[in-house]
Design a protein around this ligand. Structure first.
Ligand SMILES: Nc1ncnc2c1ncn2[C@@H]1O[C@H](COP(=O)(O)OP(=O)(O)O)[C@@H](O)[C@H]1O
Ligand SMILES: [Mg+2]
Length: 150
């Protein structure tokens, strides 16, 4: 599934749809250049999960945790590029939790069996969002998201 999103507000709205569609333990891997809108999308997902705390880019902290209708772990692994460091990312996946990783191309994604991959690319001022679901749960999640945004 591919979408064109024209501004940050709609990007958050899309995220909110994703957050609201979550019904189980969820892994979302985000890629796209600096400023593509990965954190903005995550803020929307947080809104869909009823997280009241402001979600910021965890670039320097690498991991941040938020409490909403589910626990959200938000990772930005940009600074792990080229490091062969085992930061125990699997530990962020547990019963009912939501894990979102910005810059997932810098980690070995084979550690996850199933996940939703989202690639965000610049399209002049807008963004092209490409969703790739790995697993039935994520296919169903995307179906709900596509109904939410029309
Ligand atoms: N779909 C979009 N269209 C236009 N601008 C966007 C979109 N999504 C986010 N932005 C803007 O892009 C900038 C960078 O967003 P951010 O989410 O911090 O990017 P990233 O986390 O990928 O580095 C912000 O100013 C945000 O408002
Ligand atoms: Mg970011």
């Amino acid at each position: 599934m591919e979408l064109i999103i024209n501004n940050a507000q709609d990007q958050k709205q899309l995220g909110e749809c994703i957050g609201k569609a979550i019904t189980d333990t969820t892994i979302i891997l985000l890629d796209g250049e600096l400023g593509a809108g990965k954190t903005t999308l995550t803020q929307g997902i947080g809104r869909g999960l009823d997280i009241e705390e402001t979600i910021n880019s965890p670039t320097f902290t690498i991991a941040k945790q938020y409490e909403g209708s589910r626990e959200l772990n938000h990772l930005d692994v940009y600074r792990l590029e080229g490091l062969d460091e085992d930061m125990g990312i699997e530990d962020y996946v547990y019963d009912g939790s939501v894990l979102i990783i910005e810059w997932s191309k810098f980690i070995d994604t084979d550690i996850f069996d199933e996940y939703l991959h989202i690639q965000i690319d610049y399209l002049d001022e807008a963004r092209k969002i490409k969703f790739t679901p790995y697993g039935t749960y994520y296919e169903e999640l995307l179906e709900k998201v596509s109904k939410c945004i029309i």
